[in-house]
Design a protein around this ligand. Sequence first.
Ligand code: FA5
Length: 337
Amino acid sequence: LKTEALEKVAQAEDTKALQDVKVQYLGKKGPITEVLRGMGKLPKEERPVIGQMANDVREEIQVAIDEKQTKMEEAALEKQLQEETIDVTLPGRPVQTGGPHLLTNLIEEIEDLFIGMGFEIAEGPEVEADYYNFEALNLPKGHPARDMQDSFYITEEILMRTHTSPVQARTMEQHKGKGPVKVICPGKVYRRDTDDATHSHQFTQIEGLLVDKHVRMSDLKGVLNAFAKQMFGEEREIRLRPSFFPFTEPSVEMDISCKMCGGEGCSVCKGTGWIEILGAGMVHPNVLEMAGYDPNEYTGFAFGMGPERIAMLKYGIDDIRHFYTDDVRFLNQFHKA
Ligand code: FA5
């Protein structure tokens, strides 16, 4: 019986078969239980001998089953480990990494250019007082030129700034009418403009302001020329047109020849061959005076440019909306390695 049971244990191929063997030989209806149950019928002197023997056999079969069970579990674990092995020598899948937006990079490039000419960086709030956005810039309430910049008002006196020019007024005020000011002010601005290929309702500007004794229009021209040549290269054409801003007198606008059509005229430059990138001029005496500077002693120039337009011209981007729709296929082209 014992040999037969041990053989079956050895032959069992899975836990189910092993369990069957256990039930068959050690179960309640198994032969060993039967022997033990029939002990009462045996002569007294045989009982200990038979009992001992039955217990020994049961013990031996039980040990064999337990060992087999452990072996099976180990084998199963081994198999699982082998199947789930990770091949660490396989090349990894490339990880998509983000990077600074192309506008962030361009703004930094422009900042570096002006820092190289001795300018410092100044900042101001995006939620601005009507006073700094308009009044301090010679645009009193009801001035028709306020319509040039359709605004998002928050209250009657507070709005989303429509340009970075309020930082001019704030910076001059901080200097309390004394000493030179030479800053550029990058930041976001907001207008109720209808979005199209060259207009966005939220865009960025970089303001420039230089105030000192004896600053002339030719200084403005020199700085803008140096900037444009470094930004676009010697071969691109630049032109200054007379213009109007209430906070500068005289005022100009600077255009760069269109890269898309090479000056022939296309949908981006609306057939003109030129794209306007900035407004500029000599700081109006009223603006100097309101900020505490004596216009008889000090003069200055200021400019405000649109980095989106500059990026479009520099990289040949045909629609300003690409900057703000977050299409990674577009953005990835401008990631620096
Ligand atoms: C101004 O905002 C003046 N504050 C600029 C200035 C500063 C003049 C200092 C004189 C002295 P303007 O509205 O033209 O001006 O805007 C300046 C530049 O911002 C434009 O040349 C253009 O490059 C960009 N810009 C204007 N409106 C938009 C728009 N909706 N979307 C994208 N860029 C725009």
